[in-house]
Design a binder for this molecule. Structure first.
Ligand code: TTP
Ligand code: MN
Ligand code: MN
Ligand code: MN
Length: 368
């Protein structure tokens, strides 16, 4: 079927859940700069400015043509003055001096390094930066620092974890997770979510959603011997709990931010064998891989699937749309109608979009 409608800028919704955003981004030059700006504001805990650039990036990712003059963005939503300044500079100079300044900024560079470690967020980075630490080498050398269990694992497997996860590795891990889950719960449903479900070819981790139809017997599922590191967070969800209205709502599922040991001599691990390991007798034939495992009750599966598929921006806009346009509250567990004061049940993502009065958006069109 052909959907070649003429493009009308003023008809573009400000909500990415009303747009179809594939991975074909013809404005990468702009969106890369916006994402650097947004990240810098995130490091400064300026959520408003950060979201402004993330929303603008999301709009340009959706545009079916590359922006070449200012006229091209006329009428588009989310194009504030700060955003326009960056666009104008890139059109005129080929690059943004503001984004370049950020990339050369000492604080940004340190935060970028610190947050690349599993278990280190903005708060920890801030603490280390205030102590005068600037590089990961300096952090590692500082024996007075008390690292969390998660951060210790992050440093231990650092090289593996910063290298991207490939689709082939995701498929291999998927087999392992499925087989293991199956020995505990033969009827369980295991689904890859996150970036890989949206069609991405690489990721920083692999996200899994696990649900078991019927009675709940999944309590011991996450203690299963194949994990190098596993921090199990017990479910804190209370029945009939009103969804959270926060922009970046965390959920209360039992989950596990894990590191899995993928033993696979077939997988390309040339990067390990080239460096310092060459003269050692043993060649590393495994790779540490970040895996998020989320266990959901069967009734909440559709909501969890929608939330964990992302993208992050798509999820933010779904919740913002529900809240501001429909007087409903959406999170990874449920959808609550504030006016009718009822929970809206859903057995599939399609039903959730229908509850919200939205056209269905396929996972590969949620790369907002
Ligand atoms: P991520 O795994 O962080 O992101 P991604 O899979 O889109 O991309 P990457 O390749 O970098 O891994 O998160 C996946 C989705 O899960 C994201 O849309 C946000 C959602 N999520 C929650 O809903 N709750 C949580 O607690 C976390 C950590 C993520
Ligand atoms: Mn992911
Ligand atoms: Mn990520
Ligand atoms: Mn994840």
């Amino acid at each position: 079927e052909s959907e070649a409608l003429p493009f009308i800028a003023s008809k573009v919704s400000q909500y990415s859940c009303q747009r179809k955003t594939t991975l074909n981004n013809c404005n990468k030059k702009f969106t890369d700069a916006f994402e650097i700006m947004a990240e810098n504001y995130e490091f400064k805990e300026n959520e408003i400015f950060s979201l402004e650039f993330l929303r603008a990036a999301s709009v340009l990712k959706f545009l079916p043509f590359p922006v070449i003059r200012m006229k091209d963005i006329q009428g588009l939503p989310c194009m504030g003055d700060r955003v326009k300044d960056v666009i104008e500079e890139i059109i005129e100079e080929g690059e943004s001096s503001r984004a370049k300044e950020v990339l050369n900024d000492e604080r940004y560079k340190s935060f970028k390094q610190f947050t690349s470690v599993f278990g280190v967020g903005v708060k920890t980075s801030e603490k280390w930066y205030r102590m005068g630490l600037r590089t990961l080498e300096e952090v590692k050398a500082d024996k007075t620092l008390k690292l969390s269990k998660m951060q210790k694992a992050g440093f231990l497997y650092y090289e593996d974890l910063v290298s991207c996860v490939s689709k082939a590795e995701a498929d291999a891990v998927s087999l392992i997770v499925r087989n293991t889950v199956c020995t505990f719960l033969p009827d369980a449903l295991v689904t890859i979510t996150g970036g890989f479900r949206r069609g991405k070819k690489t990721g920083h981790d692999i996200d899994f959603l696990i649900t078991n139809p019927g009675p709940r017997e999944d309590d011991e599922l996450l203690q299963k011997g194949l994990l190098l590191y596993c921090d199990v967070i017990e479910s804190t969800f209370l029945k009939e709990q009103i969804p959270s209205r926060k922009v970046d709502a965390m959920d209360n599922f039992q989950k596990c931010f894990a590191i899995l040991k993928l033993c696979q001599p077939g997988v390309d691990n040339s990067s390990y064998n080239t460096s310092k390991n060459t003269d050692m007798a043993e060649v590393k034939d495994w790779k540490a891989i970040r895996v998020d495992l989320v266990i959901t009750p069967f009734e909440q599966y559709a909501y969890a699937l929608l939330g964990w598929t992302g993208s992050r921006q798509f999820g933010r806009d779904l919740r913002r749309y529900a809240n501001h346009e429909k007087k409903m509250i959406l999170d990874n567990h449920a959808l609550y109608d504030r006016e009718k004061r009822i929970f809206l049940k859903a057995g599939s993502e399609e039903e959730i979009f229908a509850h919200l009065g939205l056209d269905y958006v396929e996972p590969w069109e949620r790369n907002a």
